[in-house]
Design a protein around this ligand. Structure first.
Ligand code: B4P
Length: 190
């Protein structure tokens, strides 16, 4: 099994690149942002709670996303050659829970690939997406800034977790989508 964590700040290109990675390597995408937006669209109790936090640019509670991811791994583990975790883990607690759950299934994370993009470009990409995505969290400059701040405080430390395991690979995330994709493939195949 090939299990990749695709890491990076909001707007780094995780969702964009995940689609390409799963096609090339026959993997299943587990994107917590998309899973949460599905819950919001269905107006489930989890979705209603998550929407309040997501619209403000806050992370949803660890227990909520960890439960969701475990369920998805169980459901899809026989379908493909592995998973791309897109937007998960976003805290060290989530990373620890993912490692423990994968180990219990006899799997592990092979690599964390981190997309590095400067703040100015992140903001302009998100504002650009906000023009047609309809996502409330992409439409307000203050909320975008807050998401980047939350990333720096709560999510960036997750890098240390995978660095300690020698699984961390940094990729320059600026350039054409195809260019960035080629760099990611190089990191995966190293
Ligand atoms: P996500 O859905 O994961 O949203 P994101 O980080 O903003 O998007 P992503 O990084 O995938 O976007 P992309 O660069 O592809 O999370 C949304 C919210 O859900 C979070 O704020 C949080 O509240 C909650 N949440 C999710 N997971 C959670 C977790 N594990 N724990 C707690 N809370 C969680 O795309 C951005 C734009 O850039 C697009 O328009 C794209 O076209 C463009 N782009 C991409 N690559 C480009 C390139 N190379 N050049 C030019 N433009 C590019």
């Amino acid at each position: 099994m090939l299990n990749i964590v695709l890491f990076g700040p909001p707007g780094a290109g995780k969702g964009t690149q995940t689609k390409k990675i799963i096609n090339k390597y026959n993997l299943v995408s587990l994107a917590t942002g998309d899973l949460l937006r599905t819950q919001i669209a269905k107006q489930t109790p989890l979705g209603i709670e998550a929407k309040i936090l997501m619209d403000k640019g806050e992370l949803v509670p660890d227990e909520m996303v960890i439960g969701m991811i475990k369920h998805q791994i169980e459901e899809h583990k026989n379908e493909a050659s592995g998973f791309v975790f897109d937007g998960f883990p976003r805290t060290t607690k989530q990373a620890e829970a993912l490692d423990a759950f994968l180990a219990a299934c006899g799997y592990s994370i092979n690599k964390m690939v981190a997309l590095e993009v400067g703040k100015e470009l992140l903001v302009s990409r998100l504002i650009g997406r906000g023009l047609d995505s309809g996502r409330p969290d992409d439409q307000d400059m203050k909320i975008i800034e807050h998401r980047i701040e939350v990333y720096n405080i709560s999510t960036a430390p997750v890098k240390e977790f995978y660095l300690k395991q020698n699984k961390f690979y940094s990729v320059h995330g600026v350039g054409e989508v195809e260019e960035v994709f080629n760099r990611i493939c190089e990191a995966i195949e190293k």
